[in-house]
Write a protein that binds this ligand. Structure first.
Ligand code: ADP
Length: 202
């Protein structure tokens, strides 16, 4: 088994920025958000299971998932979120496991905003938290997506609180400066992960 690093952080913390840096060092990155989108593409069994559980209204006319309608529904009906997660989470996990197994680099990274919340950290040997204050999260996420402060706060509130993630994570990088400041902190960690990966293989 390969050495796998779990990379997490709240919305706007800088996960994608950190992932892009690791990819530039030729490390394979598997993105749980991408896997989550892939498993609900038309003709995937998961999409059919969602339709059976909720009804035809979850589909757009072109057969794709109506994400917006479903998002609004699970926001209003908490049990619906559970039902949806029971359908999607095992499929996401299976897709992630397969993609990690196919990764061709000294170690591989699983990036997921819900690494601890969905127990995806069990698939990793070590975890890295990209950490930022709520003020910075809001500032960056709204500049990136044009979402309102309220929308971003809703997302932050649905995620595990920052202090809890800090307790779970093996490594923490505070992304509170320029991007160069982030990269400077990632470099020694990358070297450490390369060593740990080598040890694991020998
Ligand atoms: P996440 O993937 O955790 O939601 P991103 O990596 O997409 O967060 O970062 C959110 C936004 O903030 C992006 O537009 C990104 O380029 C920018 N960003 C991230 N870190 C920094 C930083 N240290 N300085 C300036 N901009 C940053």
């Amino acid at each position: 088994m390969k050495f796998i690093l779990g990379l997490t952080g709240g919305i706007g913390s800088g996960k994608s920025a950190a992932s892009a840096w690791f990819e530039a060092q030729n490390i394979c990155v598997v993105d749980a958000d991408v896997a989550a989108r892939e498993i609900v593409m038309p003709n995937q069994p998961v999409l059919n299971a969602i339709r059976q559980a909720f009804g035809d209204w979850v589909l757009l006319e072109n057969g794709e998932l109506n994400r917006r309608a479903l998002r609004e529904h699970i926001f209003k009906v908490p049990e619906a979120r559970k039902t949806l997660e029971q359908i999607t989470h095992p499929a996401i996990r299976a897709a992630i496991i397969q993609q990690l197994a196919e990764a061709q680099s000294p170690y591989a990274i699983l990036v997921s905003p819900l690494l601890f919340e969905t127990n995806q950290h069990e698939l990793t040997q070590r975890t890295l938290l990209i950490d930022a204050s709520i003020e910075l999260q809001i500032q960056r996420a709204s500049a990136r997506d044009g979402q309102s402060t309220e929308q971003i706060l809703n997302i932050i509130q649905a995620q595990m609180p920052r202090d809890q993630k800090q307790q779970f994570a093996d490594d923490i990088v505070l992304n509170d400066g320029h991007l160069d400041h982030l990269y400077l902190q990632l470099l020694p960690l990358h070297k450490q992960y390369l060593q740990q990966a080598e040890k694991k293989q020998s």
